[in-house]
Design a binder for this molecule. Structure first.
Ligand code: NAG
Ligand code: NAG
Length: 497
């Protein structure tokens, strides 16, 4: 099915999430970047620039493998000491900071890159994995701008983040899918096209990680992330859970999954756009009525995608994104990650520091990355490879987790449009599981931080929904203290206290 021709042609891009509406202007990147040939990749590229990112390559697929470490299937990891880390603070050596690669045994030649920061508190704290969305954006974006131990200063030195999630957990930031960040392969077929590929690779990665760090095997384990991780996380949690039940590999002590401003159930979340936009005063009632007309074909095609996969998912992608495009055509330069803000020209955020930092020779050396690799902050190639995955409904695997008491937290900064709280609220309520009725009937309670209401919480059994105030798409960036409190209390099962 094609979108009706009266609808301006728009496409969705990175679910950092990145969307695009206007035609591609000539490259603003001050590099020798060639524009990729396909339309959707060019659109994705423009959106990457809204974050002021400008990766030199569209993905990390390298021609030959021989110059790179590691060989074989072992993990290659080194103790990490960033040059120019700004004191005061504990010394890095004391803390157990690591970065490294693991070769994925089921791939042709893939190497997955990660940072691992042991807890600043105690080593028995839970192990947490964080996944940034895109698909195809590096988890280092979150590391340095959201919930990692450091933040990047103007002059590219690092300062300690008082609200880093490593204060209460041993945390992994993984560059995935392959081709993203510093993760690479010499074979482009190692770039996955769906959640099966994503979750198998992450499963292999985690097996390798726990083999290398057996002292953490008994710790509680949580999967967390944002945005397109609303797809990755249910797939990963479900993969881990199945492996545990089948006694496959090293037992990973999965306790919960936290999805922040995620895209999980598109069939429900896309129709929520016009409702959210109207409620939030971004569009008028007549505009709302006209945009609503796009909803039925979006829903129909999303259902077809769920049943058939394949081409139905691609046409659904374009049908449904017409809704978002229409809203943006009304709202203009609004920052769709945070509707309180405007984008200035192409620029919505400036995350360029992470590219400048991680591409420095001495930093690559410190983290064990070959000088010949560039840091691909967001990969347009990985994004494109996952296009058929976008409209898949990932909610379906969650009830089985809930029934076994694996905690599920769906949280959302209330100022985000692109993965807005309303769409998340709706799918969480529509999800069929044994606690559905009681969850629906549970009261809203205040989520209080420092004596002030930081959000609204609803919880029953293993399921919680939390809407956070004065936060957009990237909650730990906008409300670092509330985000850290949220993680801490949720892991202790004391979210509502
Ligand atoms: C970099 O900036 C920080 C503060 O933002 C300052 O403390 C530090 O001295 C600066 N370092 C250099 C080398 O200029
Ligand atoms: C609970 O909170 C949600 C989100 O803020 C709101 O839409 C809903 O109306 C509230 N329900 C009640 C019963 O107050």
């Amino acid at each position: 099915m094609e979108a009706a021709s009266s609808i301006p042609k728009i496409h969705l891009s990175f679910l950092f999430l990145l969307f695009i509406i206007s035609p591609i202007s000539s490259a603003t990147c001050p590099s020798t970047n060639k524009l990729p040939s396909s339309l959707s990749a060019r659109q994705a590229q423009k959106l990457v620039r809204s974050l002021n990112l400008c990766p030199k390559r569209s993905t990390n697929i390298v021609l030959t493998d021989h110059v790179f470490v590691p060989q074989g299937d072992r993990i290659v990891e080194k103790q990490l000491k960033f040059p120019k880390l700004v004191a005061p603070g504990p010394s890095v050596q004391d803390l157990g900071h690591h970065a490294g690669y693991y070769s994925l045994p089921q791939s042709k030649a893939a190497r997955m890159f990660y940072f691992f920061f042991e807890s600043r508190n105690k080593k028995t704290d839970p192990v947490v994995i964080w996944l940034t969305g895109g698909p195809g954006c590096s988890s280092s974006l979150a590391l340095f701008y959201e919930n990692g131990p450091f933040q990047i200063t103007q002059n590219l030195s690092l300062s300690w983040n008082d609200y880093g999630w490593d204060k209460v957990s041993n945390i992994l930031f993984v560059d995935q899918p392959i081709g993203t960040g510093f993760s690479y392969s010499s074979d482009k077929t190692d770039i996955p096209h769906n959640e099966e590929g994503v979750s198998n690779a992450l499963y292999d990665f985690l097996q390798a990680f726990f083999k290398e760090h057996p002292q953490f095997q008994k710790n509680d384990f949580y999967v967390t992330g944002e945005s397109y991780a609303g797809h990755y996380l249910p797939a990963l949690a479900s993969r881990l859970h199945q492996a545990n039940k089948a006694n496959e590999g090293i037992h990973i002590n999965l306790k919960g999954m936290a999805i922040g401003n995620g895209l999980t159930n598109p069939e429900i979340q896309y129709p929520a756009y016009p409702d959210f936009a109207l409620e939030r005063g971004l569009i008028q009632k007549d505009e709302y009525n006209s945009i609503k007309q796009l909803v039925p074909s979006c829903v129909q095609s999303a259902q077809a995608c769920g049943k058939e996969g394949g081409d139905a998912c691609l046409s659904s992608f374009s049908n449904c994104n017409a809704i978002f495009g229409q809203i943006l055509s009304v709202t203009g330069d609004i920052n769709y990650y945070d509707v309180r803000k405007q984008c200035k020209g192409d620029l919505c955020y400036d995350f360029s520091g992470v590219e400048r930092l991680l591409n420095k020779k001495e930093v690559k050396e410190a983290v064990g990355v070959s000088e010949e690799l560039d840091f691909v902050s967001c990969s347009t190639v990985v994004y494109e490879a996952m296009e058929g995955d976008w409209m898949r409904n990932m909610e379906e695997v969650i009830p089985a987790l809930l029934e076994e008491g694996i905690k599920v937290l769906v949280y959302a900064g209330e100022e985000d449009l692109i993965c807005n709280w309303l769409g998340n609220w709706r799918w969480v309520h529509a999800m069929e599981w044994s606690g559905q009725k009681l969850f629906g009937a549970s009261p809203n309670v205040s989520f209080v931080v420092d004596g002030k209401e930081a959000g609204t919480l609803k919880t029953h059994a293993a399921l919680s929904f939390l809407k956070l105030r004065e936060a957009g798409h990237m909650v730990p960036m906008d409300q670092p203290k509330a985000a850290l409190q949220m993680l801490t209390r949720w892991m202790q099962s004391k979210l509502s206290i």
